[in-house]
Ligand binder design. Sequence first.
Ligand SMILES: Nc1ncnc2c1ncn2[C@@H]1O[C@H](COP(=O)(O)OP(=O)(O)OP(=O)(O)O)[C@@H](O)[C@H]1O
Ligand SMILES: [Mg+2]
Length: 307
Amino acid sequence: MAEVAVRTTQLGKTYNGGVCALHDLTLEVESGEIFGFLGPNGAGKTTTVKLLTGLLKPSAGSCSVFGLSPLKKPCEVHRLCGVMTESAKMYSQMTGLENLIFFARTAGIDAEAASERAEELLKQLDLWDVRSRKLREYSTGMAQRLSLARTLVNRPKILFLDEPTSGLDPESALAVNSMIASLASTEGVTVFLCTHQLRYAQDICERYGIIDKGALLACGSVEALSRSAGLRVRAALRLRENDTPVDFQRGEDGWWYTDMLQEDEMPALIKSLVSAGHDIYEARIIRPTLEDVYFRYIQSEDKEALL
Ligand SMILES: Nc1ncnc2c1ncn2[C@@H]1O[C@H](COP(=O)(O)OP(=O)(O)OP(=O)(O)O)[C@@H](O)[C@H]1O
Ligand SMILES: [Mg+2]
């Protein structure tokens, strides 16, 4: 059994003024996992990260990071965590290198090791060429990568990344994501990634939690979430013109579609069509995407609210 990196039990937060931002959140993230925490604006993602990193006190329930309560053991939890929030700021008048060395020193790393770690991260995050430029001269993408480097100076066991690719162009967002994925595999870190950028999330996450209005709607892999949302894998076939197979629907693109319970059914489906005399020019399997799953959950919740 893998170690549990994050555990929340009926965790809740009501802010002063009565806003219930999080309600009854129970989830687990295993060590080494890249977990995508997805939800629209105001869903409660940042609130969850703040509770897990000890910046907020729960109003209900409890949470732990590698078995430690952020409330009772804040220093130990901080030592294990790298946190990158939307508002993480560094010093604009200092260079990238100086910033990283500074934050490494404040994390208690000695001068020599701090320089070494800073240099290593600047190379890893493709910032080596701009290491001596002041942060205020960095583009958004460079600054974002420097923030990511900052979260890594103390070799955390877990990274909490809150929208690490917001404001980035698609190319930089892809670059940051592939860096997150490769850091997770080379450094063995667990990643708790909050985002609404579903396409990027699908590239790097193994499991997801979908949250809206402070409530967790579902948790699991894309396959598991698709199944529980009733989304099916589909077979798509391109046949001879004027062919009309039974039990298939014709799409606007001229292909023929049918639902399957699982993709193992595909070979038998093809065999039966061929033996029934159909000519198959092309065949493919269409799996539900993270986007399909996400909107199914978010929209069905909105529909329930209307009833
Ligand atoms: N300090 C605060 N005081 C009062 N209400 C707050 C505070 N911070 C957040 N909220 C409210 O709590 C709810 C959840 O906010 P949160 O920031 O956790 O959402 P989020 O999922 O991170 O959203 P986004 O995708 O926009 O970053 C929202 O209704 C928000 O207005
Ligand atoms: Mg947020």
